[in-house]
Ligand binder design. Structure first.
Ligand SMILES: [Ca+2]
Ligand SMILES: [Ca+2]
Ligand SMILES: [Ca+2]
Length: 380
């Protein structure tokens, strides 16, 4: 595949809905020799596939933390790149392109889609992007693109020949809270979660968070009383004061009250088969007859008569085979014993159960987003 940059005679920045930055020498210092090096498009690599994998394998980063995730991010070398995206699933959504090359590129015939290929924005005649320039497209049915960018979505850029020029796939939920997804260094680096969005302007690297100051920042799990909206109950523990570790890297669950039941909700997923794993923490076989699970929208599942779970065993309940819950990206599960006592409950924050929300250690530990699913087996 050969990608040819089309040189045009003039840079056009004034078209409605666009804001072009750095129309020439102004930003040249941030652009290294992209056009002439091995990163150019003449030698396609594995990441250069013309047919995009709709959702890269390996699943999303279970704990979005701002780190680049090699499984998700596969930047494709090119002159014009998707440089930054704000995905708020609303009118504030925007997409920023950058030209890392040394010549202007004619964008006529180029197009953008989200993860649904029928959602298309086509660049009109006269659309160009100058060397070192930034082009901001807003969500606007008249002047910009007319599709929403959700917390679990993607943006794909195609050139005038219909060849995929770049793709940005953000980890589900990683952009909640007004964060953007952009390249560091600007225009040439890998995509990562950015704490400070810079629409139409060069991207700014994240500054290191300060534990004990400035509240909950990107890279911190918590900071003092800023717990990201979490409670002991979110983590599958009994009521009590939830704290933050001194290094802001983990939650302090020592104030949460102890669990009482011996049958535990041990792992859940909010995508795929909506699997739920129960775990018997005791040294005896437990009769499951009479235990009832319910979700936030009122769905109820009674465990089958005669079912038992061996000491230390796991039982996996599969959506549409066992239960009929539709587990949401933000949802909860409650387990009651045969006497109607609530013996376990968990509530997961948005997108934290996309891969797996699991207790670590099994049975007694707090829930958190887990890096891999382990239904029917010990949690990682
Ligand atoms: Ca920017
Ligand atoms: Ca902080
Ligand atoms: Ca498991």
């Amino acid at each position: 595949m050969v990608r040819t940059a089309v040189v045009v005679v003039a840079l056009v920045c004034a078209a409605g809905g666009w804001a072009c930055g750095g129309g020439g020498g102004g930003d040249a210092d941030v652009v290294t020799d992209v056009a002439g090096d091995a990163g150019d498009a003449d030698a396609p690599d594995a990441g250069d596939a013309d047919a995009p994998d709709a959702v890269p394998d390996g699943g999303p980063d279970a704990t979005p933390d701002g780190d680049a995730d090699a499984e998700v991010i596969q930047p494709i070398p090119g002159t014009v790149v998707i440089n930054e995206v704000l995905a708020a699933d609303g009118p504030d959504d925007w997409i920023e392109l950058a030209n890392a090359g040394e010549t202007a590129v004619d964008l006529e015939g180029w197009s953008l889609t989200d993860s649904d290929p029928t959602h298309v924005y086509a660049f009109a005649a006269g659309a160009t992007l100058g060397p070192g320039g930034h082009l901001l497209l807003t969500r606007d049915p008249l002047k910009g693109f007319d599709f929403g960018l959700s917390p679990d979505d993607a943006v794909v850029l195609y050139d005038a020949g219909g060849v995929q020029a770049d793709r940005a796939v953000w980890p589900p939920g990683a952009l909640l809270g007004g964060r953007s997804y952009g390249r560091i260094p600007d225009a040439t680096g890998e995509l990562t979660v950015l704490a400070v969005p810079t629409p139409g302007e060069p991207n700014q690297a994240n500054v290191a968070p300060t534990c004990g100051a400035q509240g909950l920042e990107l890279g911190e799990v918590c900071d003092g009383g800023e717990l990201g909206g979490l409670t002991c109950e979110h983590l599958g523990l009994g009521p009590g004061p939830l704290g933050c570790a001194e290094d802001c890297a983990s939650l302090d669950t020592t104030g949460c009250s102890a669990l009482v039941g011996i049958l535990r909700i041990n792992e859940v997923e909010s995508t795929g088969s909506d699997r739920i794993e129960l775990h018997n923490t005791s040294a005896d076989t437990v009769a499951l007859d009479g235990y009832v699970l319910s979700d936030e929208s009122g769905g109820v599942y009674a465990l089958p008569a005669g079912a038992t779970l061996a000491a230390g065993g796991y039982r996996v309940l599969v959506g549409d085979q066992d239960h009929t819950f539709g587990l949401g990206s933000e949802d909860s599960l409650t387990l009651e014993d045969p006497f109607g006592n609530v013996v376990d409950a968990v509530r997961w924050p948005p997108y934290q159960a996309v891969v797996s929300y699991c207790r670590r250690p099994d049975g007694t530990g707090a829930f958190s987003a887990c890096p891999s699913a382990s239904f029917g087996a010990k949690n990682p």
